[in-house]
Design a protein around this ligand. Structure first.
Ligand code: SF4
Length: 158
């Protein structure tokens, strides 16, 4: 039995609405970075948690606040999701601090396989393009909307 925890990028899950469908599909089908587990070992998903948000350049240990909860319920392997692997500037630091703090854990950089016809690097570039188009689509703030509605328009009776 392999007890697995997945750490996702909170930008992709919280801001861009990824529901980890690719990660879960390859976990179920033993594809991608779940392929290496012995075929006779059931894979049990213990939990999925997003990162704790930007740790700044000095606070990668912030990720441990997320890992401790998985450790408390007996996780054995932490998979950094494909979004973390390809988008996160702190990925290497995260791997290091998790390994230092919890040396008994296996830390795997990756979850789902690349889309058909792509290798890992191509998937990374594809991801970045998708994020660039999705993460920041300008939208009005509530203040702008309220102020617009409260500002009399020319020609409208005051
Ligand atoms: S880029 Fe890294 S630190 Fe930022 S939200 Fe994603 S996983 Fe978290």
């Amino acid at each position: 039995m392999a007890r697995i925890g997945i750490v996702t990028c909170s930008n992709t899950t919280q801001d861009m609405g990824c529901s980890s469908v690719g990660c879960l599909a390859d976990l179920r089908s033993r594809g991608g970075h779940f392929e290496h587990y012995p075929k006779d070992a059931p894979l049990e998903l213990i939990g999925i948690v997003s990162c704790a948000g930007c740790p700044t350049i000095v606070g990668a240990e912030k990720i441990l606040d997320r890992i401790r909860g998985l450790v408390a319920v007996g996780v054995e392997a932490i998979h950094l999701a494909a979004c973390v692997v390809h988008l996160c500037p702190f990925k290497k630091r995260y791997e290091d601090v998790i390994r230092q703090r919890f040396p008994h854990l296996s830390v795997v950089a990756g979850t789902h396989a690349p889309p058909p016809g792509m290798d890992e690097a191509q998937m990374g570039e594809f991801f970045k393009t998708c994020v660039k188009e999705t993460l920041h689509v300008p939208r009005k703030t509530i203040v702008e909307t309220v102020m617009e509605k409260m500002t009399p328009q020319p020609g409208t009776p005051s």
